[in-house]
Design a protein around this ligand. Structure first.
Ligand code: ZN
Length: 113
């Protein structure tokens, strides 16, 4: 279950921020691309498991799902692909570049001192 290692990396990152600010983390917001390979539910579960007994226990994890977006190199239009179909919805070209939906990003951290 690789969501657990993702959760642990996320927790480490957030704890660093909290330590710097000498504050307690109350909420964390992340965005997960639909093509990132991260399962939002599994991450939520892993986050709860990994934070149990740590200063982060009870912090709210807000997960925003980001749809995949393609930029077509043939017609220069952006479209949201019907995964797993990786083609432009306007001209059907497969010459597309994924411009969003591939990453998981830490959006914000809410702190309370
Ligand atoms: Zn196109």
């Amino acid at each position: 279950m690789h969501e657990l290692s993702i959760a642990e990396a996320l927790i480490e990152q957030v704890q660093e921020i909290a330590a710097k600010e000498r504050a307690t983390v109350t909420a964390i917001a992340v965005s997960i691309g639909s093509f990132s390979g991260v399962d939002p539910e599994a991450l939520d579960q892993s986050f709860k498991i990994a934070t149990a007994g740590t200063p982060l226990a009870g912090a709210n994890l807000d997960i925003k799902k980001v749809p995949a977006k393609l930029l077509c190199h043939s017609c220069e239009k952006e479209s949201c692909p019907e995964l797993p179909l990786f083609e432009c919805q306007y001209c059907g070209s497969m010459d597309c570049e994924m411009i969003s939906g591939r990453d998981m990003l830490l959006q914000s951290v809410e702190l309370e001192s």
